[in-house]
Design a protein around this ligand. Structure first.
Ligand SMILES: [Mg+2]
Length: 381
């Protein structure tokens, strides 16, 4: 069996899919994307495709090595995401070739269902109570929200108060049996993050996500040591080597993104590395159905797993949502806030190819907003 063709599709709301076809008719799908940089990743996939066409698709590890390292320059979001999407598609093909789900090839299932959480509050989380109530009614047992909208890097008492009140509202609506995770989006300085962590600690969030920007990773050990809030990070880390210092810093939750951190191959390895630090996996996934399917395959085979992000109804999904490009919604039917294991081969997602091809013709030009503080200076989004 040989790889015959690799295509990419830039589809709304902000995704990029890749389709790998073999000479005996198998088709694997992947989702290689950096949100807001889809065109750059598309070009990277096209460049890597030059090597792959004509190769045996089942040599996944060897291809990962060559695609990641064979260009001499390596890593970073664009290249790692291109490799990630290709890697997902190759695992999809392997599962179909062997007639088993990908998690069977990763050592077999260690769980029958995967806890997932829902987003509330959007970019500017104000009135979250109603949204949380709706998610509880939909069966979810955990939600995630941004700590704040645009905010001072060193938040003052009113800003900290507003954040704490919002998390307190969430806790009140959720009760003690459900969870709220709080995403800091790296919007505070390290000192500002400490202030906010102190404020929300009594409310027992499931975790605080990206309390520091990746470039302030060297300050994580002190931050972690000074709080009892479990610290999560990883959506902007692209491989094992970048996770190692965060794990050594004492984070509680590792959040590699299946579409950014080298795909199923590398995230499976990151999970094993995290396990040696007693750290749980909670893959980042505000993306489309293929990235989520890949995430779920890893979750079914990973012992040290906590919870899975998913994008149904997320504030980014305006022109299309998680189910817009799938023929069978079953793998994404969440009951009691959980996704359930299926015996479907490969990634277990049946892509609506006609819908994908049609959507690619309209493409998208999604960019994240550029925020500015009141004085005109750049603000972290
Ligand atoms: Mg985040």
């Amino acid at each position: 069996m040989k790889i015959a063709r690799i295509e990419t599709f830039q589809v709304p709301p902000r995704w990029l899919f890749c389709r790998i076809e073999t000479d005996d008719g198998l088709v694997g799908w992947g989702e290689p994307v950096v949100e807001g940089r889809a065109e750059a990743v598309r070009t990277a996939v096209e460049t890597l495709a030059e090597y792959l066409v004509g190769q045996d698709p089942l040599r996944i590890e060897d291809h990962w090595q060559v695609l990641t390292k064979g260009g001499f320059y390596r890593g970073g979001p664009v290249l790692s995401s291109a490799v990630a999407g290709i890697d997902q598609a190759l695992w999809d093909i392997a599962g179909q070739a062997y007639g088993v789900p990908v998690h069977a090839l990763l050592g077999g299932p260690v769980r029958e269902s995967v806890r997932v959480y829902a987003w509330v509050g959007g970019d500017e989380p104000d009135e979250v109570a109603d949204e949380i109530t709706a998610q509880i009614e939909a069966g979810f047992t955990a939600v995630k929200m941004n700590a704040s909208g645009r905010v001072s890097p060193m938040p003052g008492p009113a800003e900290v108060d507003a954040i704490v009140r919002r998390v307190a509202t969430a806790r009140e609506v959720l009760g003690p049996e459900r969870d709220v995770a709080v995403d800091f989006h790296g919007r505070f300085t390290p000192a500002g993050a400490r202030r906010v962590l102190d404020g929300i600690a009594p409310l027992h969030p499931l975790f605080a996500e990206e309390p520091l920007l990746p470039e302030h990773g060297h300050l994580l050990p002190r931050l972690v040591a000074g709080t009892n809030v479990p610290v999560a990070t990883g959506e902007r880390l692209y491989g094992r080597a970048e996770f190692l210092p965060a794990l050594q810093a004492g984070i509680a939750v590792a959040q590699p993104d299946l579409s950014h951190a080298g795909g199923i191959s590398e995230v499976h390895r990151i999970a094993s590395l995290a396990d040696t630090f007693g750290v749980l996996l909670a893959p980042h996934c505000p993306l489309g159905p293929i990235a989520l399917a890949a995430s779920l395959q890893v979750a079914f085979a990973t012992p040290n797993f906590l919870i899975q992000e998913q994008s149904r109804g997320i504030h980014y999904n305006r022109s299309a949502d998680l189910l817009s490009y799938v023929l069978d919604p079953e793998p994404f039917r969440f009951t009691d806030g959980r996704a359930h294991r299926t015996p479907l081969p490969g990634l277990g997602v049946r892509v609506d190819e006609a819908a994908v091809r049609a959507a690619d013709s309209t493409a998208h030009k999604w960019r994240n907003p550029v925020w500015r503080h009141d004085d005109g200076s750049f603000a972290e989004w």
